[in-house]
Design a protein around this ligand. Structure first.
Ligand code: G3H
Ligand code: 13P
Ligand code: ZN
Length: 309
């Protein structure tokens, strides 16, 4: 199976009322855990790579490992740039074999966001690559950038038709109250489903993307806290809210923090139970198993894309 772009998978997801999981990858164990989990559930996948991941692992290593995972699983897998900061990074990823890119102009003015997104779309579409854009701004920590709650802003539905038409983007990330990282709400979790509904009315059939969509699963936070970690107040998006979004126009749900929690929780537990271990294959096996279990849980209980590969 060759690397696929997101066109077909989003079309099926929209019509089927489910979402595709977009999982962040940074190393071999994460790639293997995600793709093995998806294989067991026969699910389509998006593996996404941030600028920070490219810096950490190098583009070529990630690309080659993802190619190996596609060969190993024979699943429809899109390789996507997460939060592309500028045209040059998007171009580099397109030239380097990615099938999908996000250009994140959410911090720019409306006109500047349109200009850079349009430029990326023109370059990408000539090469069969799909493009995600963003309108509205999420709070939270992503790469080295922290966006405070005051600097975040909900998507304005009255802007989406003009933005989608003028840019030609293939999917749109919107801000409805989720945020990046493991500390999403300080009180009652609340998402603006009215904004999602209004956006989908104005863009019928158009795939919407939800960032900052980890649930910060309490059992893993407990595991981290139990084995020497310290994450008081960690809180994510309740799974029933994500299921509701997936049944609506949301076709792509971004998950990174929950993978980090599973990886770190399993490592902490392993070292606490086996203080004598120093072979990376021993402790990284547990971390990879944690990723696999997390991805299977998301596919079956949140995304609903099991059996859709
Ligand atoms: O939204 C951002 C993702 O969680 C990626 O995080 O930029 O630290 O790799 P990162
Ligand atoms: P989380 O921090 O909620 O996992 O969000 C990840 C994300 O949006 C990646 O783009
Ligand atoms: Zn994001």
């Amino acid at each position: 199976m060759p690397i696929v772009n997101t066109t077909e998978m989003f079309k099926k997801a929209y019509e089927g009322g489910y979402a595709i999981g977009a999982f962040n990858v940074n190393n071999m164990e994460i790639i293997q855990g995600i793709t093995e989990g998806a294989k067991l559930e026969n699910a389509p996948l998006i593996l996404q790579v941030s600028a920070g991941a490219r810096k950490y692992a190098k583009h070529v290593y990630l690309m080659k490992m993802i190619e190996a995972a596609i060969q190993d699983t024979d699943l429809p897998i899109a390789v996507h740039l997460d939060h592309g900061p500028d045209f040059e990074t998007c171009k580099s990823c397109i030239d380097g074999g990615f099938s999908s890119v996000m250009i994140d102009g959410s911090h720019l003015s409306f006109e500047e966001n349109i200009a850079v997104t349009k430029k990326v779309v023109e370059y990408a579409h000539d090469r069969g690559v799909t493009v995600e854009a963003e309108l509205g701004r999420l709070a939270g920590v992503e790469d080295d950038v922290k966006v405070s709650a005051e600097d975040s802003s909900y998507t304005r539905p009255e802007e989406v038709e003009e933005f989608a038409t003028r840019t030609g983007c293939d999917s749109l990330a919107i801000a409805i109250g989720t945020s990046h990282g493991a500390f999403k709400f300080s009180g009652e979790p609340k998402l603006r489903f009215d904004i999602l509904e209004e956006v989908s009315k104005r863009l019928p059939g158009f795939p919407i993307v939800l960032h900052g969509a980890s649930s910060v699963i309490p059992s893993y936070v407990d595991m981290i806290n139990q084995y020497g970690g310290n994450m008081p107040g960690a809180q994510g998006v309740p799974e029933e809210m994500l299921r509701k979004a997936a049944s609506m126009a949301v076709c792509k749900i971004n998950i990174d923090s929950d993978l980090r929690l599973a990886f770190t929780g399993e490592l902490r537990k392993h070292f606490a139970e086996h203080p004598d271990h120093f072979d990376p294959r021993q402790y990284l096996t547990d971390a990879r198993d944690g990723i696999r279990a997390m991805v299977r849980h998301k596919i079956v209980n949140v995304l609903g894309c099991n059996g859709k590969a």
